[in-house]
Design a protein around this ligand. Structure first.
Ligand code: HEM
Length: 388
């Protein structure tokens, strides 16, 4: 289907929703019906900002706790797979360590050193793929450090990630847990146990007061896997948006304090986690759509963040918006991203230090974010004036 043709929800393909023009397909769907049954999704797609917030806030009607949600079969129940009181029990112990002040105290120097180290490896080359040489390895290093994982290298973590994410998709189609995913979970669990026994500071330690070891391991797994691809995408997209907008790039070079709005507007325009899933707990009517109990209700954060009712001229990258915190890239309600402030800090430092240390940074060729659930460019090819 051509995205610019009049849209028919019944004919929308995942490829349309994953392509570079996804926001326009979603905008047309929103105009047609902000809650539309999309056969290829196998569920309802919610595209309006207010409805998106409503679904994410109402965990009594729209739950994550459904047998179709396959992550829990692999990791065990966690904050990501529970609602209500059990959700609060799993989540609350991790909220304190991720508060902004504690994140800054614990992580600012470490992230700065990590970014310096990664940039030092490429600075003399004059060109690089910043997704693979900066955004990806930084995300892995920060999350493994946050969880107190010792003697774990990025390759090992990415191996586990590959097996576990692969298994979650296979299991969604009804298959059993693949053995390599079980082995990856077991290896991760062994490292988490060792980390808990060591003296290394980690966000898991406080949780030992409230949760048993199996609960901590399940939540550590979802934090690890929630923090890799998303943060890699968030940093890549923030750099890409700057490099595509020369005025903003110049302004950011002159005033690094702009990093906060640079990151926030990029999150709005291209949320790295582009959609989240819920399941209806009862028959319910939403914006005229007759949703049945157990139906999949997929919330498009990409569409919500470009709803013109909230963000005028929504496709424009604009650092002067006054309501940027209304963007929904970290979700809203009980499952709002527990580590949003850590991800924001990583992205701000990555942007500031990259511009400072790679003078004359520019894109080597045009690239665009793609993906239906996670959105980022396949690569971020850049060049700069190499320092001697
Ligand atoms: C260090 C990095 C990160 C970690 C450790 C992390 C971890 C988590 C965890 C554990 C949850 C589940 C919270 C709950 O269910 O109560 C969550 C939710 C979420 N996170 Fe993050 N996250 C990180 C970065 C990001 C980034 C960069 C994005 C997108 C830009 C993102 C988007 C989301 C969204 C949309 C949800 C809601 C999921 C849902 O409602 O189903 N996260 N995150």
């Amino acid at each position: 289907m051509q995205p610019r043709e009049p849209i028919d929800a019944a004919r929308v393909e995942i490829a349309d929703l994953a392509g570079p023009d996804a926001a326009h397909v979603l905008a047309q769907l929103r105009t047609l019906s902000p809650v539309a049954w999309v056969p290829e999704v196998g569920g309802w797609l919610v595209t309006g900002h207010d409805l998106t917030g409503q679904v994410m806030r109402d965990d009594v009607t729209f739950t994550v706790d459904d047998p179709n949600f396959s992550t829990a079969r692999l990791t065990g129940p966690s904050m990501l797979s529970l609602d209500g009181a059990p959700h609060r029990r799993h989540r609350t112990p991790f909220v304190g360590p991720f508060r902004p002040r504690r994140v800054a105290e614990r992580f600012e120097d470490e992230i700065t050193a990590l970014v310096h180290g990664l940039l030092a490896r490429i600075r003399a080359d004059g060109h690089a793929d910043l997704r693979r040489s900066l955004a990806g390895p930084l995300s892995v290093a920060v999350v493994t450090s946050a969880l107190g994982l010792e003697q774990v290298d990025a390759g090992m973590v990415l191996d586990w990630y590959g097996h576990i994410v692969g298994a979650v998709s296979t299991m969604t189609t009804g298959s059993a847990v693949p053995p390599e995913a079980t082995a990856a979970m077991a290896a991760l669990a062994a490292h988490i146990r060792a980390g808990l026994r060591s003296t290394q500071d980690s966000v898991l330690r406080e949780a030992t007061r409230d949760l048993d070891e199996a609960d901590i391991i399940a939540n550590a797994a979802v934090m690890m896997f929630g923090g890799i691809e998303t943060t890699e995408g968030m940093i890549s997209n923030a750099l890409l948006h700057l490099l595509q907008n020369p005025g903003a790039l110049e302004a950011m070079r002159a005033d690094p304090a702009l990093a906060e709005v640079v990151v926030e507007e990029s999150l709005r325009l291209e949320p790295a986690a582009a959609a989240v899933d819920r399941y209806a707990t009862r028959d319910v009517v939403l914006a005229g759509a007759q949703i049945r109990a157990r139906d999949l209700v997929r919330v498009s954060i990409t569409a919500a963040n470009r709803d013109p009712a909230v963000f005028p001229d929504p496709d424009r990258y604009d650092l002067h918006r006054t309501n940027l915190r209304a963007q929904l890239s970290f979700a809203q309600g009980p499952h709002v991203c527990v580590a949003a402030e850590l991800a924001r800090l990583e992205a701000r430092l990555a942007v500031i230090l990259t511009l400072r240390e790679l003078p004359g940074l520019r894109l080597e060729r045009p690239v665009q974010p793609t993906g239906h659930i996670f959105r980022k460019p396949a690569e971020l090819p850049v060049c700069w004036a190499p320092l001697r």
